[in-house]
Design a protein around this ligand. Structure first.
Ligand code: FE
Ligand code: FE
Ligand code: MG
Length: 166
């Protein structure tokens, strides 16, 4: 099973790649929940717009998790099977949204996105010239994470503008 996915890979340790993809998978699930629960508890100015954006990002992180699992299995690897492993394998960790205020939530998620962008950039470098399929995948997800950060920053700016104009 899954050996076809390996045949195009040149000069790269596939087992190491699978470990990296599983680490990214752990990050995506933790990001999913941080966004999803953040959307529920968000409080303060523009909470509706903030919650909608967080919910949208949650679904997009879930989409990333799916892409990673598909690639891990194409490579003959086993995706992480237990939520306990998310904490063991994560690059970016998990920040519980204990302060519900919108700006604090948004800043926490910005930090998460910046970490995700760095992690995918590393995966892009790791697969460059060796595994075009994973390279394209990492690049595509990295672009999404950059857009996520931009969307969050735009909301932070809007909230700050609103407060200045009162
Ligand atoms: Fe993601
Ligand atoms: Fe993201
Ligand atoms: Mg967005």
């Amino acid at each position: 099973m899954g050996t076809r996915g390996r045949s195009m890979i040149v000069g790269l340790d596939v087992d190491e790649l699978i470990v990296k993809l599983n680490k990214a998978l752990a990050d995506e699930w933790l990001a999913y929940y941080q966004y999803w629960i953040g959307a529920k508890v968000a409080a303060g100015p523009m909470r509706g717009a903030v919650a909608a954006e967080l919910e949208e990002h949650a679904l997009e992180e879930l989409g990333h998790a799916l892409l990673l699992v598909e690639r891990i299995m194409q490579l003959g690897g086993t995706p992480l099977l237990s939520p306990a492993s998310w904490y063991e394998e994560t690059n970016c960790g998990y920040e519980a949204p204990e302060d519900f205020y919108v700006e604090v939530l948004l800043e926490q998620n910005v930090k998460g996105e910046q970490c995700a962008i760095d992690a995918y950039q590393e995966l892009v470098q790791f697969t460059k010239d060796a595994d075009l399929v994973t390279y394209e995948l990492a690049l595509q997800i990295m672009r999404d994470e950059i857009m996520h950060e931009e969307d969050l920053q735009a909301l932070i700016e809007d909230i700050q503008l609103m407060k200045e104009r009162r």
